[in-house]
Design a protein around this ligand. Structure first.
Ligand SMILES: [Zn+2]
Length: 174
């Protein structure tokens, strides 16, 4: 009987200890989460200086000009090949191979125009973010995107780690 009592006491003591440990662990986790939240809020306030933002704006505007010129050139090429195709149809002189080359050229140009169009949208969105004073902040986590990355990809809206995460998800991994 006495042995059982001691057993019970010991059991209770161990249970209490385990409980306390679990409690502490949960507390620590909650604390960490709260800390991260606060840190994130502080990060969200991080901004580039006005001078820096203006520099990026000039860069983005120049890039926008370049794309618009490029899109104009592609549109011209599409028109030209359409005219050529029309002329070929009328004269029957063009070799079938030439017509199919023209067709492929046209398809390529459409694809290219689509790509450039999407890039143009990204550039314009980045200019909008400059106007709102949010440029350079990752739209996912709020951290500042590194200047190195913005120099290479001025229209970037994700920091490198969020971009990697997104790409991994898109690839189906986790
Ligand atoms: Zn991020």
């Amino acid at each position: 009987m006495a042995v059982k009592k001691i057993d019970k006491k010991a059991k209770k003591r161990i249970e209490k200890k385990v409980e306390k440990k679990v409690e502490k662990k949960v507390e620590k986790k909650v604390e960490k989460k709260a800390k991260k939240k606060i840190e994130r809020k502080i990060d969200a306030k991080k901004r580039f200086a006005k001078k820096e933002l203006e520099r990026y704006r000039q860069k983005l505007l120049a890039e926008r000009e370049r794309i618009l010129r490029e899109l104009g050139r592609i549109a011209e090429a599409i028109n030209e090949s359409a005219e050529e195709q029309e002329a070929a149809k009328q004269s029957y002189s063009n070799h079938l191979a030439d017509i199919s080359t023209d067709y492929m050229e046209k398809e390529k140009n459409y694809y290219y125009a689509d790509q450039e169009g999407q890039y143009l949208k990204a550039i314009e969105a980045a200019i909008e973010r400059i106007n709102r004073g949010e440029y350079g902040q990752c739209i996912e986590c709020g951290d500042l995107i590194s200047e190195k990355r913005l120099e290479a990809v001025p229209a970037a809206e994700l920091c490198i780690s969020c971009k990697d995460k997104k790409e991994k998800l898109e690839r189906g991994g986790r």
